[in-house]
Unconditional design. Structure first.
Lengths: 410, 418, 551
């Protein structure tokens, strides 16, 4: 397709409403008129110099199912995100959104030796009730438990493998750093097993929650910080690999497109960023992946998150874990878990999120497994919340298949 | 990853090709950029619009007269077996298609004319025009029933036009049963509501009252009678109403179309195929007469795919497989294959929109040989390992010929033969 | 034949005629307006929608420029809901004479057209799509106008003052007694009934057809139809009127009006104002000129092309049509031709319609001994039922200027998104019903009222829906059939749908490529494959003469 600017993709819309028929949010609530309406249709009525006339666009969860099924390539979610950003620019952002979109700050404050206290507090029902009243964060929203140590503190003590020529940068993102450092540990172990020295440079929050909540200026600051710190590696041909499909999507596409950042540097970092299973699959296709796997005789439910499908790279987890003898993964074929980043945490959207996720929850429960897999952190927390089933990043299973022990030191 | 066959396009043609290869034991990937005509068309199988007669015989004539026609390239066997494979896929999904390949059906449309088709879902079978009550024949009239809230189906217009054709038809609007959704009743959202027993039962009660009052023998309704459980929904409504019930296809989004797609999708997944929607194939890498790899658009890059064989089923102009620029240059968007197209922009369109012969530009497509391999302007094969199927083929206007699903099924199934 | 009697018969239901009938009625004169099609069927409904600042005429036609400048301000007061304050830029591109900029600015000042030069950086900040090679920019108070809504607004106001407005009524004869025109014979095209209208005065505001009407009175008026082709682009890549800063030429203006950006226009003589087509080279020219103002213009989706005829009054030979003055001319046929009881108002442009009406009505009033002052500049006009109102149904006078987001804000406020009939243009079921109740008898009438079918899908869904609604609403009222609203059955509905589909098609074929070609194929799938609308032809042939003539 021709390289036209994002807003101009609304021209591709042939009004077929396939997007609306697939939208998981429009299917469960009257508050969202559907992607065609709030995207390419409403965009013709928006004017950069006038107030945004439609609030209903805020109910778009950003799951990108519409983009996926659109036959003509309208960038619906991006149009919606920009409309939301214009609303924020006009009216400001409520305090709640300002807080939850600063994932790095929240994580930094919650994690560490006092994490157990924070976690305990967030599990007390009356306290959650108060938080709901004051902050409009739903009392049942799946807030993840913070980790008592950060990933970077672990990595500082980690002994790198010696005498290795190949290098890779690991982008951990806030979820690994503050909530699930063992995901990063598994990633490092797998990459080292494949002959890579893992570098963890200075980096910050990718800014996706800021983008999704419409604070574009702050998001731009985050993105450029990461570009500046990742660029030297990318320029030397060292790829950037991430375990959060949301973070890597932001570096690859969401930040550059939504913020209209198209410099050489931004493009270089985008072109050098990979989802970890995408990276491992590439290694396999070049014959460079270590395929000495221990068998894992298990059948596990796997949900490819919206933010993975938005990479448009297929199912790298299925491709790579499909090489592990005995391991069978069953793909959920459900559209969305409903959390959509920070969307499902909000009081007014929590139930919508749970209704959206119902089909996925039913699938996971019907699998009768004590473990489910998903490559996106917020989705893992939502799936556990909705099903009671522990949910892990597939990289942990791959580490297991390599026989690698992941010490989850608390 | 290694695939034996990659199919580009997930319409009827692409899905049947993929199913054929997957069931023959191949590793198959279906790549597409979204959903297209499956979600817009009627959800039936149209073979050939020759009125109320034998479509297979009609197709044999087409094959004899037009050796370049997609039906000729597919061959009559593939027409039959493609249609039967489609029928079987729907059957195994609990959503049977009924009809005979030797006898066309005529069924009502949402404006109240009759359209010609061949196989219809069982939910539409009672709309067969041969069985509809005619004025003065003494049987209970036909009721066309709908909902005000559904903007894609209007019973009074349907009934009025059916009356001009001599049918005994009346119209009524039903009350929307109470539900927590109060706004925006689209075809799909209504279909989901009909899947719920309480909603369905409420409508059944309303229909019963109408039937008792008007002595209706059968009821035509918009094609929204369930998404996952349509067969059961229509059966339940018939029992409740005490009259035969049939669906009439509405404006897009087509619920019967989605049901058809889902049956094909389930069949392909069952056969071990992989489906990747949202990936637009934008270029090809060939070496001589072999297509080596294709590239689909991905975030910040392209994704490279390679297979031994490829099927191009990208749907012509409607599907986005053929695109024109403002200077009138046509391109085949996935592989850059040569196209057969009317010579000049001046020849593209007929003066009248509804002209019987249609608009020449929509016959644009890839020329192919009897193996469905793409040909260039002088008739040489471009790629030995590519098969072209469906509306991507030149030499046919499937919409005007009343052969939209038939051409797709025949050529798609043929492309699926190893 | 029925006979009716009135003071003034206004012939022609474009902006001028409607302005006249309102002014006449406000001054207490009995007035009837007849129009052979729907209101704005002629030039008024086919131009690009510019509310002139006057900037386009400051050099070649200064009187026009000043008229526009004054009327622009007046119209904003009396019909704000019909106008959008887009502002306007006159830009010097690399293809224009850079020295013209100062001449332009000076001439603006001379003609009282407000003008201010702004920096190119400011221009790009406000309109990032514009050509960064533009060297100078002058801002003027251009706007865009909904001429259909304005017509209905004037009509509504005129009716409240007692005027009668008869659409689909064609003048077939003007009756003279000696050198005095005393009456007209008018035919209702829907029923073929004729009416004899006795009148004190005939006011010929038939625009491009003014010559034909004058001929019926035995008077020669030469109006040269100057065809202009325009292309509507599917979305507004600019929100300001963009003019090339040079003497007026083809394709030198982009007007953002409602949801589209219109690029125009050409100027080709045609012999008959009812017969003309759109040539591919005209469309190509528009796109090429657009490319100069907006780089990448040709990559945008073109929605449709159409043409209108300018009514150029020729009272002397000029070399170039663009040199014919665009100011208006009042032809007092008693003084000019010795024929009393008829005057013609020719030329002019939409922006000055009210002034033209005033002059014409002043003349007639004097002849008829009416001494009431003209108040058309002072009194704001009411909003038709089928239109959105600003805020919460504030009263007349509280209306604000139209803004692009207004329909969307209205739909959001009413939570009407589930009830949209034309989704592209956000037209709810209630507004369709109001348009039909206000007199719309076919889909083209409805389109003009509420923009149904004017969006990117060009009627794919809404043509079907609107036809069904039209049928339901009119069939229900069938018992109340009258001279105003003849009987309407399913065959009329079918004919309306088929006719409208064909009308849309004519404006589409010149621009079908890219996304729009794909859209057309989807629309074909809907109307042929799903609906079987082509099967309606055979029994809709005798649909009854209700629609505008085929072109």
């Amino acid at each position: 397709m021709e390289d036209i600017n994002l807003t101009q993709t609304l021209d591709h819309c042939i009004k077929c409403n396939v997007c609306t028929s697939a939208c998981p949010v429009a299917a469960v609530t009257d508050k969202f008129p559907g992607p065609k309406y709030v995207g390419p249709q409403a965009q013709r009525f928006r004017h950069a110099g006038q107030p945004v006339p439609d609030d209903s666009v805020d109910y778009c969860s950003g799951c990108r199912v519409c983009n996926e099924v659109c036959p003509t390539g309208v960038k619906i979610v991006e149009l919606n995100a920009r409309a939301r950003a214009q609303i924020v620019a006009e009216r400001g952002m409520p305090l709640r959104n300002r807080i939850i979109s600063r994932a790095g700050v929240v994580g930094r404050l919650s994690s560490g030796p006092h994490a157990p206290l924070v976690n305990f507090g967030l599990s007390i029902t009356p306290l959650r009730w108060v938080i709901e009243q004051v902050m409009q964060i739903h009392r049942d929203a799946p807030l993840p438990p913070a980790s008592s140590y950060t990933f970077r503190s672990w990595f500082k003590k980690h002994q790198p493998v010696a005498g290795v020529r190949k290098q890779v940068v690991y982008y951990h993102g806030c979820s690994t750093q503050y909530y699930e450092p063992r995901v990063g540990q598994a990633a490092v172990a797998v990459l080292e097993r494949n002959g890579y020295e893992v570098i963890v440079p200075k980096q910050g929050c990718c800014g996706l929650p800021l983008l999704s909540n419409g604070d574009f200026p702050a998001a731009k600051g985050r993105h450029m910080y990461n570009v500046d710190h990742l660029l030297p590696y990318v320029r030397r041909g060292i790829p950037v690999v991430g375990t959060s499909t949301s973070c890597t999507l932001t570096l690859k596409e969401e930040a550059p497109e939504l913020l209209d950042l198209h410099s050489q540097d931004v493009r270089a970092v985008a072109a050098g960023t990979y989802d970890i299973f995408e990276f491992l699959r590439n290694l396999y296709e070049m014959g460079e992946l270590d395929t000495n796997f221990l068998p894992i005789q298990r059948e596990l439910p796997y949900h490819p998150p919206c933010q993975l499908r938005a990479h448009r790279i297929g199912r790298p987890v299925l491709d790579v874990l499909g090489l592990v003898p005995g391991l069978r993964l069953n793909e959920s074929h459900a559209e969305c878990c409903g959390i959509a980043g920070t969307y499902g945490l909000k009081k007014e959207k929590y139930q919508i999120g749970m209704d959206v996720g119902a089909k996925l929850f039913a699938f996971v429960k019907a699998a009768n497994s004590d473990l489910a897999l998903c490559d996106s952190e917020t989705c893992r927390w939502q799936i556990s919340h909705g099903t009671g089933v522990a949910t892990k990043h597939p990289i942990e299973i791959l580490a297991q298949a390599y026989g690698l022990q992941i010490a989850d030191s608390r | 990853m290694n695939y034996d066959t990659i199919v580009i396009g997930a319409g009827i043609a692409g899905m049947l090709a993929a199913i054929g290869r997957a069931e023959a034991g191949e590793r198959v990937l279906s790549l597409s950029k979204g959903h297209g005509a499956t979600h817009w068309a009627t959800g039936c199988l149209d073979l050939l619009d020759i009125g109320d007669s034998d479509p297979l015989a009609g197709i044999e004539s087409v094959i004899a007269l037009h050796p370049d026609h997609p039906y000729a390239l597919a061959g009559i066997d593939a027409v039959e077996s493609g249609a039967e494979r489609l029928r079987a896929a729907c059957e195994s999904g609990g959503y049977p298609l009924v009809g005979s390949l030797r006898r066309n059906l005529q069924v009502p449309t949402a404006v109240g004319t009759l359209r010609t088709t061949c196989l219809v879902p069982v939910t539409m079978a009672a709309g067969d025009a041969r069985q509809l009550p005619r004025q003065g024949d003494g049987s209970g009239p036909l009721l066309i029933a709908g909902f005000h809230e559904l903007r894609d189906f209007f019973p009074p217009m349907v009934a009025a036009n059916l009356r001009t054709l001599g049918f005994a038809a009346e119209a009524a609007y039903l009350q929307m049963p109470p539900h927590e959704r109060t706004l925006d009743f689209s075809t799909v959202s209504l279909a989901r509501l009909f899947d719920q027993p309480a909603f369905c039962a409420d409508v059944g009660r309303q229909l019963r009252q109408l039937v008792q009052h008007g002595i209706y023998s059968r009821i035509g309704m918009p094609a929204v009678l369930g998404l996952a459980n349509a067969t059961q929904v229509v059966s339940d409504l018939q029992s409740a109403a005490g009259a035969l019930i049939f669906e009439i296809p509405t404006l897009p989004v087509s619920v019967p179309g989605i049901r058809l797609y889902r049956a094909l999708e389930a069949t392909l997944l069952q056969a071990g195929g992989r489906i990747q929607i949202g990936s637009f194939v934008q270029r090809a890498e060939g070496k001589g007469k072999r297509l080596e790899a294709i590239y689909s658009e991905a975030a910040a890059r392209e994704q490279r795919h390679y297979a031994a064989r490829y099927v191009l089923a990208t749907g012509g102009i409607a599907g986005g497989g053929v695109r024109a620029d403002h200077a009138g240059v046509m391109i085949e968007t996935a592989l850059g294959l040569p196209l057969r197209t009317p010579n000049a922009r001046a020849d593209w369109f007929a003066v009248r929109f509804l002209s019987r012969s249609g608009h020449p530009v929509f016959r644009t497509g890839v020329a192919a040989d009897a193996g469905l391999r793409p040909l260039d302007a002088v008739g040489h094969v471009v790629y030995e390992n590519v098969a072209v199927a469906g509306s991507a083929l030149a030499g046919c206007d499937p919409i005007r010929e009343g052969a939209l699903e038939g051409v797709a099924a025949a050529t798609g199934w043929k492309a699926g033969r190893v | 034949m029925q006979t009716i009697s009135t003071d003034v018969l206004v012939i022609g239901g474009g902006a001028t005629g409607l302005g006249c009938v309102r002014d006449l009625a406000m001054r207490g004169m009995r007035a009837i307006l007849v129009e052979k099609g729907d209101l704005t069927n002629g030039t008024t409904g086919r131009y690009h929608g510019l509310l002139h600042s006057g900037g386009r005429y400051v050099t070649k036609d200064p009187q026009s420029a000043t008229e526009c400048a004054h009327e622009n301000a007046i119209l904003r007061r009396i019909m704000p809901h019909c106008l959008e304050d887009t502002s306007g830029f006159f830009v010097i591109t690399p293809w224009d004479d850079p020295s013209y900029g100062d001449i332009f600015a000076a001439n603006c000042r001379k003609t009282e057209v407000p003008v201010q030069e702004i920096s190119v950086a400011e221009m790009l900040r406000r309109e990032p799509a514009l050509n960064p090679q533009i060297s100078r920019v002058f801002e003027v108070p251009d706007g865009s106008a909904d001429s259909f809504l304005a017509a209905h607004t004037n009509a509504l106001s005129a009716r409240t003052y007692g005027a009668q407005i008869l659409t689909y009524h064609r003048v077939v004869e003007l009756i003279r007694t000696g050198d005095h025109v005393v009456a007209a014979v008018v035919e209702d095209l829907r029923t073929s009934e004729r009416i004899y209208v006795e009148c004190g005065f005939i006011l010929n505001t038939a625009g491009a057809w003014a010559g034909q009407i004058a001929a019926l009175a035995g008077v020669k008026v030469t109006v040269v139809p100057g065809k202009g082709t325009m292309v509507a682009m599917s979305h507004r890549m600019v929100n300001t009127v963009i003019n090339r800063c040079k003497l007026p030429a083809d394709g030198d203006i982009i007007v953002p009006v409602h949801t589209v950006a219109v690029i125009g226009t050409t100027d080709i003589h045609v012999p008959d104002p009812d017969v003309y087509g759109i040539e591919p080279h005209e469309v190509q020219l528009m796109l090429e000129e657009g490319e100069k103002l907006v780089p990448g213009f040709t990559q945008h989706r073109a929605l449709r092309a159409w043409a209108g005829v300018r009514p150029l009054y020729k009272d002397q030979d000029v070399a170039n049509d663009r040199d014919i003055s665009r100011t208006y001319k009042l032809l007092d046929h008693q003084q000019r031709d010795g024929v009393d009881g008829i005057i013609s108002m020719v030329g002019g442009k939409w922006t000055t319609y009210r002034l033209m009406a005033k002059d014409a009505v002043d003349t007639i009033a004097q002849r008829l001994g009416n001494t009431r002052a003209c108040r058309t500049a002072d009194e704001p006009m009411p909003v038709p039922d089928f239109e959105h109102r600003s805020g919460n149904h504030a009263g007349v006078g509280a209306e604000k200027l139209y803004w692009l987001g207004k329909p969307l804000a209205a739909v959001e406020e009413e939570h009407a998104y589930g009830d949209l009939i034309c989704e592209c243009e956000l037209v709810s079921r209630a507004r369709i019903h109001a348009a039909i109740a206000s007199g719309a008898s076919n889909l083209d009438d409805i389109r003009r009222d509420v923009r149904m079918g004017m969006g990117p899908c060009q009627g794919g869904w809404c043509i079907y829906r609107t036809t069904a609604l039209l049928y339901e609403q009119r069939a229900q009222a069938a018992e109340n059939a009258s001279a105003d609203r003849p009987a309407f059955d399913i065959e009329h509905a079918n004919a309306a749908m088929l006719h409208f589909l064909q009308e849309r098609w004519k404006g589409l074929t010149p621009v079908l490529w890219g996304d729009q070609l794909r859209q057309a194929r989807l629309d074909e799938l809907i109307y042929i494959h799903v609906l079987g609308a082509h099967r309606l032809i055979s029994h809709a042939e005798q649909g009854g003469g209700l629609v505008t003539e085929e072109r």
